[in-house]
Design a protein around this ligand. Structure first.
Ligand code: GLA
Length: 379
């Protein structure tokens, strides 16, 4: 579509929906281990403009990606030629398999200011926004949690990614100025206010091109499952997050494998940090928040081994530039960091981070000053 066609499409759309990006404050690589995570939605958006059709075609267009991708409601198979549209098509596919019927097709145009491949979950944003629009337009009355489960099924069953539920959940359930304390095992949740007087969270984008992240991610999931199976031979647990940190010495002997032990140690200590972080948020204890962020990054660097030079350097840049704490966010292997920064010193902070990081790595990072916002919605 050219610019005029885009403008006409947007103006004549029947409905509009949007989904934000997410950051995870703490609780990394915890969701698929059945524990507590603490993510929040941020003010970078993917917007979907929808027009109804009379036939059974569904057509997907996007400013960021060339061409249009089209398929038919009665022919919803997996097909690699769907490229980025595999996510929205997956929503139709999973819902069809659940028995839902769609009487007519749609044209959907997506426009996004969430940088893709940056670890801010543009994929969960497109899944949730499509889940909500399909539910509203066809009157399916799906709850937010239903949308989350359908979106996760698309990633796991349709796209064969072993990802957890955190990203789909926060983008559906996010609340302005709040983080979501989500138990990924029971799906129970509560909100934690994130207004911290003079401090706010800032996003630091490394601009490292991310490659092969799915296979490394799946490898970590497999290492955790393997460890769990060994630990279960002695302990009565269903998930790694149930492990009592005091038993780690015994678990070291039981696993008898340094690599697996490091993975488990990260999960167990990170789980404790999430609980401490939630408490520190309640108390507005900025120093403790900063310390926990730093400890989390260190654990992801040394024990879980998912950071790398770009994320380590951006975190180092943030601390050197005055952040009270900083860590990688999301899956890792590149992507973004977050930092807790005094809001009266943001300009200096941004300039110093850019200078430090670009001097070391010869890549200019991006610094996003964002608000904490509501989750997916019709607009
Ligand atoms: C990715 C996955 C999430 C979660 C994080 C790591 O964002 O999609 O399910 O596992 O990595 O915490």
């Amino acid at each position: 579509m050219n610019e005029q066609e885009i403008k006409d499409f947007k103006e004549s759309a029947n409905k509009k929906f949007r989904a934000p990006a997410r950051i995870n404050l703490i609780g990394e690589h915890i969701d698929y281990n059945g524990g507590l995570v603490l993510p929040a939605c941020v003010s970078l958006y993917l917007t979907a403009y929808v027009k109804y059709r009379d036939d059974n075609t569904i057509r997907f267009m996007s400013r960021g990606f060339d061409g249009e991708i089209k398929t038919y409601l009665n022919r919803l198979q997996y097909n690699p030629r769907f490229k980025w549209a595999i996510y929205p098509i997956g929503i139709f596919y999973i819902l069809t398999n659940m028995g839902y019927k769609f009487e007519h097709g749609l044209d959907i145009y997506y426009e996004s200011d969430i940088p893709s491949g940056s670890g801010l979950s543009s994929s969960a944003a497109i899944l949730d926004v499509t889940g909500l629009l399909v539910s509203n337009i066809y009157g399916l009355n799906l709850s937010k949690l239903d949308i989350v489960k359908v979106a996760k099924a698309v990633e796991n069953d349709y796209c064969s990614l072993k990802s957890g539920i955190m990203d789909q959940a926060i983008i559906a359930l996010g609340k302005k100025n709040n983080a979501l304390l989500l138990n990924c095992n029971t799906l129970q949740y509560s909100y934690k206010n994130m207004e911290l007087n003079d401090y706010r969270f800032v996003i630091l984008k490394t601009n490292k091109p991310r490659k092969l992240i799915e296979s490394k991610y799946n490898e970590r999931v497999d290492e955790c499952n393997k460890s769990l199976n060994i630990i279960k031979t002695k302990y009565n647990i269903k998930t790694l997050c149930e492990i009592d940190p005091d038993t780690l010495d015994d678990i070291y002997n039981l696993l008898n494998d340094d690599l697996l032990f490091k993975r488990v140690k990260h999960v167990v200590t990170e789980q404790k940090r999430v609980k401490d972080f939630a408490l520190a948020l309640e108390n507005g204890d900025v120093q403790s928040l900063g310390k926990l962020l730093n400890e989390s990054h260190e654990s992801l660097r040394v024990d879980y081994e998912v950071t790398g030079i770009h994320l380590d350097t951006i975190v180092e840049a943030a601390i050197t530039s005055g952040a009270v704490g900083a860590r990688m966010t999301g899956a890792g292997f590149g992507g973004c960091g977050i930092a807790l920064v005094n809001k009266n010193k943001l300009d200096d902070f941004r300039n110093n981070v850019i200078e430090y990081y670009s001097k070391k790595l010869e890549i200019i990072p991006d610094v996003y000053i964002v608000d904490i916002v509501d989750g997916v919605e019709e607009i």
